[in-house]
Design a protein around this ligand. Sequence first.
Ligand code: COA
Length: 136
Amino acid sequence: MKKYPVNPTGDLVIKTLAMPGNTNSNGDIFGGWVLSQMDLGGGIIAKTYSPSGRVVTVAIESMSFINPISVGESVSCYAKVIEFGRSSMKIQIETWVYNYLARTQKIVTNGVFTYVAVDEHGKPILINKLVNHATR
Ligand SMILES: CC(C)(COP(=O)(O)OP(=O)(O)OC[C@H]1O[C@@H](n2cnc3c(N)ncnc32)[C@H](O)[C@@H]1OP(=O)(O)O)[C@@H](O)C(=O)NCCC(=O)NCCS
């Protein structure tokens, strides 16, 4: 059995509630919805390093679905840059849920997403690594 962290890593970038409209046919939360929350959360950090404020997601290098999410749990995505390229950056993103009845939190997904800073024509541009993203 693989060991997973007991506490989140990175900045909190998304916090929302798992709603009935986001379920799959088993009644759990649909993985595609979780993936889109992670992509949004990583994009929030990535955009701060793009001089144009624009980024695109170019790859998802790894993605694990570790635990299911139930309706009514809070869903939080945490993200941190783990590698800068010239125009690209790899961002590690974790999703954690909090169950209000059990009063417990657990990790549900983790993944590494790659974003590329682009100009207004969608062409790659150099990123600015010196930004303090916490202020954005
Ligand atoms: C991302 C995109 C602008 C890159 O354009 P490109 O012509 O391939 O540009 P380059 O070859 O110069 O690569 C630019 C950077 O992206 C990285 N890159 C390109 N394809 C990649 C891939 N599949 N995985 C990881 N990194 C990749 C390159 O390594 C390079 O990084 P660096 O500048 O840090 O060295 C282009 O592929 C694109 O627009 N893709 C669609 C993105 C999109 O629409 N995303 C939403 C999907 S719903």
